[in-house]
Design a protein. Structure first.
Length: 647
């Protein structure tokens, strides 16, 4: 039988469903004919017989011949992927990458492999094709490609498309709202939050459980509900924490503290708070190690001697398990996570039994659900007794304020003018420098009421871009506010931002997430900040800061009192002047900016934790005793500049 006839016979047998006989004919034919169409027919026959791995190789042989047949290679890639041959899948993918960027099936296969290998940097091009794919699994894979960048247009497109195609999907609705809040799209937020609020009011938490714990705080100030936002975490096995605590451990004379973070660079907000505490740790009693997974790009923005903070251990390339092993290998007594459920966190390292004592501090203002933590460090304001049932962590409360603050490297406000920042000279200036995601519809409506009730006043409002500005203005305009009453501003250089804050008369805090670093920056610059009593950790931070700087009277009892107090203060310029003077006087006498005092308090907390652990006792709630009240300033007005120059 000649080659042509043999192929026709094999094809006929295949069409009749006689796959075994077709295979026999094709095997003979391959002795003389190795053309792409013969290998392709062989592949189709092998698929029918269930030999998918062999079929993949046959399609590959058909497709790799010159000129390359992308249709055959496509089938080879999908079969290799289906049979678990990842290396062969990627090899073919490199040949037909342009096709994969248009074909959701190919994109799905390649994306699955790259994700499993933690090669997210190779995936950006697949977002669009997957989100437009015909099947739900394609769109769910697109959702996995979302990054933490809420300003990335690709991310926005994915989220908008997913929600449009699946408006009843809880996860897609949640994602859509996260992006809407970032842009202050309050109309969208109000519309699509309605069913969520109705559901929660009926006792249904289906909309809460898949929510990202960090973004969840921006709309829900109820800590009884906050603890149910678990995102993609899973509960730890029974006895996990007890086994970690009871594992063999060698204690030393010095307490070995490990700080875990991705923020170890001077320009990050967290380091602007805590860097002086790192430097002030008593090296005679404590060994300080920084377990670092920070962005190298950020760290290289300016030269800095990180050894001033502690011994740096790079864990960027380590898995969570390997990182935990590295931490154990250094005999760390207390591992302090500074991130919690926030951007670029690796808090799950703590779920691999990294240290006998594990505690959370500073990064996440709430309970870190499904994370193996013994303690959360706070203070009596952010962690009142009645909050204990809503945390699995035990409370370790510092006596005055949980937030460290750096009085040395933080720049002092320099003279500037309202004219330089587009502010009216004779108006009362309310200001909000908090992130846009913290500005809720309720806050905007209250601010509108304040403006309407005060004469010759303006609201100075920070926006993260033109879209947020347009969205906020739409809400303000709809509430009858004149455009002249609003002065929008943008983010500027940090030193210049510290300067400009003094130009305002009164800072207006947000709820349910207060200003945290933002509030302490305003108080450092001498700007009074008005807040209200909170209902969870995130909404109580400003109360803690205001009390620690000596102006607790700026904490209103509720939202109506907040509005009334703002109106009252706008009519009392002499009281505003007195508050500003108080902040200046108290800057170097009250606890808020006393880094040395806080460092001694946190060290006492660490010693109390270790004392319990060395006795074989489990973690328990503890309150750190306060040092004696200072009677003299802890530093001179111009000492920060002198200290920097001396180092």
């Amino acid at each position: 039988m000649n080659t042509k006839n043999a192929y026709v016979t094999a094809s006929s047998l295949y069409q009749k469903g006689q796959y075994t006989r077709a295979l026999e004919t094709l095997n003979e034919l391959l002795n003389t004919d190795k053309s792409p169409k013969t290998y392709a027919l062989l592949a189709k026959t092998l698929v029918k017989l269930g030999f998918r791995s062999d079929a993949a190789r046959s399609y590959e042989l058909a497709g790799r011949q010159k000129p390359i047949r992308e249709d055959y290679l496509r089938e080879a890639l999908l079969l290799h992927f289906a049979t678990g041959n990842e290396d062969a899948t990627l090899s073919i993918g490199s040949l037909i990458l342009p096709q994969a960027l248009k074909d959701p099936e190919l994109a799905y296969a390649l994306t699955s492999i790259f994700l499993s290998r933690q090669q997210r940097d190779l995936l950006a091009g697949f977002k669009t094709v997957l989100v437009e794919g015909p099947e739900l699994r394609h769109r769910l894979m697109a959702a996995k490609l979302l990054t933490d960048d809420l300003y990335d247009e690709g991310n926005r497109h994915i989220v908008a498309t997913l929600f449009k195609k699946h408006p009843d999907n809880i996860i897609f609705r949640t994602l859509h709202l996260i992006f809407a809040r970032e842009l202050s799209d309050l109309a969208t937020v109000d519309k699509h939050m309605a069913p969520i609020l109705t559901s929660i009011a009926a006792g249904n938490l289906d909309y809460v459980r898949p929510d990202n714990p960090f973004f969840h705080l921006h709309w829900c100030g109820d800590e009884a509900i906050n603890k149910f936002a678990v995102h993609d975490t899973v509960p730890l096995p029974a006895g996990h924490a007890e086994a970690r605590r009871k594992a063999p451990h060698t204690w030393a004379d010095k307490i070995r503290i490990g700080y875990l973070s991705s923020d170890f660079w001077p320009g990050h907000a967290t380091m602007k708070l805590i860097q002086r505490t790192f430097e002030l740790h008593d090296r005679g009693r404590f060994e300080i190690t920084l377990f670092d997974h920070s962005s190298l790009t950020s760290q290289r923005e300016e030269e800095f001697d990180f050894s001033r903070w502690g011994t740096v251990v790079d864990i960027r390339s380590l898995s969570d398990q390997a990182a935990a092993e590295a931490i154990r290998a250094r005999g760390i007594d207390i591992l302090v996570d500074l991130k919690g459920h926030t951007k670029d966190s690796r808090v799950r390292i703590l779920n691999h039994k990294a240290a006998p004592i594990q505690t959370a501090w500073l990064g996440f203002p709430g309970s870190a659900v499904n994370i193996d933590l013994d303690y959360i460090i706070g203070d009596p304001h952010v962690l009142p007794d009645h909050s204990k049932p809503h945390f699995h962590e035990k409370f370790c409360r510092l006596p005055e304020c949980y937030q460290p603050n750096d009085p040395i490297y933080r720049p002092k406000a320099r003279p500037t003018t309202r004219a330089q920042h587009g502010l009216p000279e004779d108006a009362f200036v309310f200001a909000s420098f908090n992130g846009n995601r913290k500005i809720t519809s309720q806050m905007v409506d209250v601010w509108c009421n304040i403006l309407k009730r005060t004469k010759n006043s303006v609201l100075w409002l920070l926006c993260n871009g033109p879209r947020a500005e347009a969205n906020l203005w739409a809400r303000l305009e709809a509430r009858g506010v004149n455009r002249k009453r609003i002065v929008f501003t943008t983010r500027i250089r940090y030193e210049d931002h510290i300067d400009r804050q003094q130009l305002a008369d009164l800072g207006l805090d947000t709820f349910p997430v207060n200003g945290h670093t933002t509030t302490s920056e305003q108080l450092w610059g001498g700007l009074p900040v008005l807040t209200m009593k909170g209902t969870n950790f995130a909404s109580r931070v400003s109360e803690s800061l205001l009390t620690a700087i000596g102006v607790p009277e700026l904490v209103a009892a509720d939202v109506q009192a907040y509005e009334d107090m703002a109106v009252e203060l706008a009519g009392q310029p002499e009281r505003i002047a007195a508050l500003k003077e108080t902040l200046v006087v108290n800057r170097y006498t009250k606890p808020l900016f006393d880094a040395e005092r806080l460092t001694r308090h946190i060290e006492t907390a660490y010693e109390m934790m270790v004392e319990r652990a060395r006795k074989g006792l489990g973690p328990d709630h503890m309150d750190v005793p306060a040092l004696p009240v200072r009677t003299e300033p802890f530093m001179a007005e111009d000492q920060n500049a002198a200290a920097i120059a001396a180092e």
